[in-house]
Design a protein around this ligand. Structure first.
Ligand SMILES: Cc1cc2nc3c(=O)[nH]c(=O)nc-3n(C[C@H](O)[C@H](O)[C@H](O)COP(=O)(O)O)c2cc1C
Length: 401
């Protein structure tokens, strides 16, 4: 798992800094190439010679020392994974605001690989509302992952939440991220997200509640699992674009279809997470309809194009097509019929009649229903965790001969 993997090990100014030496030693013992990076403040807690000796690599501290190459970029871009253990409240907060004022923060910001953070601090620091917000911001980015802290005796003598996670668990989590990191290697992926808007006139439109959060989470996760190209066709301009993903913004179903057809032939996996408006106005007026001019008689609707079906008709051998079904209650029989009808390989169904999940929520709860009729249930969780579970299922199918 770790053999020949390049791991940047970041150490910050916490009492727990000494524990990083043991983590370094374990990783080196498993064949990893560990590059230690220390914040200048962490030198108050442990000597860099410790990490240089254990890893066999020079410990990097000063970001302006190496003038021949831009080392924070070349190092972070060549790393398979980044681990910051222990991570101080200070470094976590800097990263959450993109502040790169030392070699560790600058290289973490420029990293293209996942960054695993193991916080260690006093409970009052960890539970501070600003620190909690900063952790959430990093987690939501899709690039930063957290492990711990755990409860127990703290360096200050108090009992509480804030001890750095156990070494074994940190290493296990690192291995998990590394193995996921490559399971979409070489794959070209298209994901749609958000609700399409069909304009009636220049100001009015028909749409739905879809926020695009599920599709954005799926796209961000795909990038970190090593996909060679992730194209996100999204209506959700208000969401920040996921890291490493090419985003094409569209507004209506016609534009979404055009964009999909541009990339479809060259793609391996297509996930239709967007909620395409089922109905569109028969006519779109290029002026604002006046209320007094019998507005209701002028607005008529027709069924919209079914883009999942259009793609299914063009699907080639080797392409994997996934649809979403947001329903107020559904039966597996209905979903199986949909899979057949749309020539899809998988449908991800969610019951939008349930409180606090699905469209417009940060949470979801889904049933992953495959062509062979098997079902995998993913319990209610944040959409980024659900996205991970969905990719776990897809990659398992693609890897299993
Ligand atoms: C004895 C001592 C122990 C400290 N332990 C921690 C700690 O465990 N976690 C933390 O977030 N800050 C701790 N701090 C505060 C940080 O060292 C301080 O915020 C520092 O600026 C962090 O620098 P860095 O993030 O650049 O490494 C400690 C400070 C002292 C003096």
């Amino acid at each position: 798992m770790f053999f020949k993997k390049k791991i940047v090990l970041g150490i910050t100014a916490s009492i727990a800094a000494y524990k990083a030496a043991s983590i370094c030693s374990r990783l080196v013992g498993m064949g990893a190439v560990v590059i230690p990076v220390m914040t200048p403040n962490s030198l108050n807690f442990i000597n860099p010679i410790t990490f240089s000796s254990i890893s066999g690599n020079k410990t990097i501290i000063d970001q302006f020392r190496n003038q021949k190459i831009i080392y924070h970029i070349s190092l972070s871009h060549s790393a398979d994974i980044f681990l910051i253990a222990p991570a101080s409240a200070d470094t976590i907060s800097k990263l959450s605001y993109g502040i790169g004022d030392n070699f560790l923060t600058t290289s973490a910001i420029s990293a293209k690989c996942p960054v695993l953070i193991a916080p260690a601090m006093n409970e009052s620091m960890y539970l501070d509302p600003i620190i909690q917000k900063n952790i959430q911001r990093l987690e939501r980015s899709g690039k930063y992952f957290f492990t711990g802290p755990k409860s127990g005796k703290l360096a200050c003598g108090e009992e509480g939440l804030g001890r750095m996670e156990d070494e074994e668990i940190i290493i296990e989590k690192l291995g998990e991220l590394l193995s996921h990191n490559n399971d979409l290697k070489g794959k070209k992926i298209i994901i749609t997200a958000g609700g399409t808007k069909e304009f009636i006139d220049t100001v009015r439109y028909i749409s739905n509640k879809s926020s695009g959060k599920m599709g954005h989470a799926l796209a961000g996760e795909a990038y970190f699992r090593g996909a060679s190209e992730v194209i996100l066709i999204s209506t959700a301009k208000n969401l920040s674009p996921p890291y490493g993903v090419k985003v094409e913004y569209v507004e209506n179903t016609g534009e979404m279809k055009e964009s999909l057809l541009k990339y479809f032939a060259n793609s391996d996996i297509i996930i239709m997470a967007a909620a395409v408006s089922d109905i569109i106005p028969v006519q779109k007026y290029d002026f604002k309809l006046k209320k007094k001019n019998d507005i209701l008689s002028k607005i008529k609707f027709k069924e919209n194009e079914d883009i999942l079906k259009i793609l299914a008709e063009r699907k080639k051998k080797g392409q994997y097509l996934i649809g979403f079904a947001a329903e107020s209650g559904y039966s597996t029989i209905d979903i199986m019929e949909k899979i057949k009808d749309k020539n899809a390989d998988m449908i991800i169904a969610n019951d939008i009649s349930k409180e606090g999940i699905g469209m417009d929520s940060d949470f979801n709860e889904v049933d992953i229903i495959k062509k062979d009729g098997s079902i995998k249930k993913l319990a209610r969780n944040e959409k980024r965790i659900i996205a991970r579970g969905i990719w776990d299922e897809i990659t398992e199918i693609l890897i299993t001969p």
